[in-house]
Design a binder for this molecule. Structure first.
Ligand SMILES: [Zn+2]
Length: 402
């Protein structure tokens, strides 16, 4: 089956915008992209008139937790659920994610290995959802942050063993916890967690399988340890300082800002159900987080978009709010789209198949009836999304049944 979207405005993930373009999709892939007066539409192709519409690459969120549902107290919620119930819930979140135009996500911590079963179900077509690069269980120190979706370890031998377990189960990325966090009581975001040796062992064990490591870190000391250990991305990077910022640039490490995570938590009033300790930590760090993001963007650091969807009031399907937050802090709408497409694809190692719209790439794209370069907020408006295509098939939006 061939689908031709013609006379459309094209944002292809390379930083350019071109008018009156044709995108030709054959099977699961993009067969051609070019000016409408140059691309020949084959006979029998389904034609979609793209006048007034904009095509962008399928969006990529590099930091989600499909097993969490944005509940006020995610730790308590997870503890009250049967693991299989959590998996069913995750499937619902995957559907909401793809309906929002996100065709790929990196899941950086789930309560067990069922994230890989969910991925299998989506890949085989029995459930709707994005492509998933999963970490499985996050790896943390004993009593460390994120232990409610993690494995607690001590010593390099155990780190290696647990990394191997995640890889064997199907992990495409390894997640380590290099500082305290907001949601885990009794841990401080300022404190480094896991030793330099343990972090280096995780990176080495993952590297042997060709997989990158993503490190959760709020405070600068945890960031520095993780960067020097060789991780590929720092998640949150909330309290960036000059030194850690310079190190990230030097090592080519990505920042995955997750502005939405702190912002949605900090926006809550006491009594909203978010544990007091989490609320206080989020409120205390929000301003610094914004400054860190600005510092990173202005310094030209690699930034890949991530929401931390699943954390309190940070709902799956609302992922595009992160682009709004980045633009509000000075990022251009084009850069916000790039951090959520080509650059995100590069971080997760999928850049040869998704993230840009060019011949030979997987046909993952979103068709919009408004121009996100003019107003980035339109991405969060469901009325704007005309169609979400994954691997050549419309999977969400009014075009699904066309
Ligand atoms: Zn997270």
């Amino acid at each position: 089956m061939t689908i031709a979207i013609h006379q459309v405005r094209l944002i292809d993930g390379t930083g350019t915008v071109r008018e009156r373009m044709t995108v030709l999709v054959r099977g699961t892939k993009i067969a051609a992209v070019g000016p409408s007066n140059e691309v020949t539409i084959p006979k029998g192709a389904t034609r979609l008139n793209g006048r007034g519409l904009t095509v962008i690459p399928g969006l990529i969120d590099c930091h989600v937790h499909l097993c969490l549902g944005g509940e006020a107290d995610v730790v308590k919620t997870l503890e009250s659920e049967q693991p299989s119930y959590t998996l069913l819930k995750s499937a619902k979140h995957a559907k909401a994610t793809i309906e929002a135009g996100f065709t790929t996500v990196r899941d950086v911590g789930s309560r067990d290995h069922s994230i890989f079963a969910l991925n299998q179900a989506i890949e085989s077509g029995i459930l709707p959802g994005p492509r998933i690069v999963g970490a499985g269980l996050a790896i943390c120190m004993i009593g460390g942050h994120a232990r409610f979706i993690g494995r607690e370890v001590e010593g390099v031998d155990q780190v290696r063993k647990v990394v191997a377990e995640q890889l064997a189960a199907g992990a495409g990325v390894i997640k380590v916890i290099a500082s305290g966090g907001v949601l885990t009581p009794g841990t401080s975001p300022d404190d480094a967690q896991m030793t330099a040796e343990e972090l280096a062992a995780a990176v080495d064990a993952a590297r042997q399988a060709g997989k990158p490591v993503a490190a959760h870190a709020h405070g600068a000391s945890g960031m520095k340890r993780a960067i020097q250990a060789g991780v590929r991305s720092i998640e949150h990077a909330t309290l960036l300082d000059e030194e850690s910022g310079a190190l990230m640039k030097q090592y080519g490490v990505y920042m995955v800002p997750t502005l939405s995570a702190l912002a949605t938590t900090a926006a809550c009033r006491p009594g909203c159900g978010i544990p007091e300790s989490a609320l206080e930590k989020a409120k205390a760090m929000t301003k610094r987080h914004k400054a860190s993001f600005k510092q990173a963007y202005e310094s030209g650091m690699f930034i890949a978009m991530g929401t931390d969807a699943g954390t309190p009031f940070n709902f799956h399907g609302e992922n595009a709010q992160e682009l709004e937050r980045m633009v509000a802090l000075g990022m251009s709408p084009m850069d916000a789209i790039l951090t959520s497409s080509a650059r995100a694809a590069k971080l997760i190692g999928f850049h040869e198949s998704v993230g840009t719209l060019a011949k030979g790439m997987e046909a993952d794209l979103v068709i919009l009836n408004r121009n996100p370069l003019r107003n980035i907020e339109v991405l969060r408006d469901r009325e704007t999304i005309v169609g979400v295509m994954k691997a050549g098939k419309f999977v969400a939006g009014p075009l699904t049944n066309a």
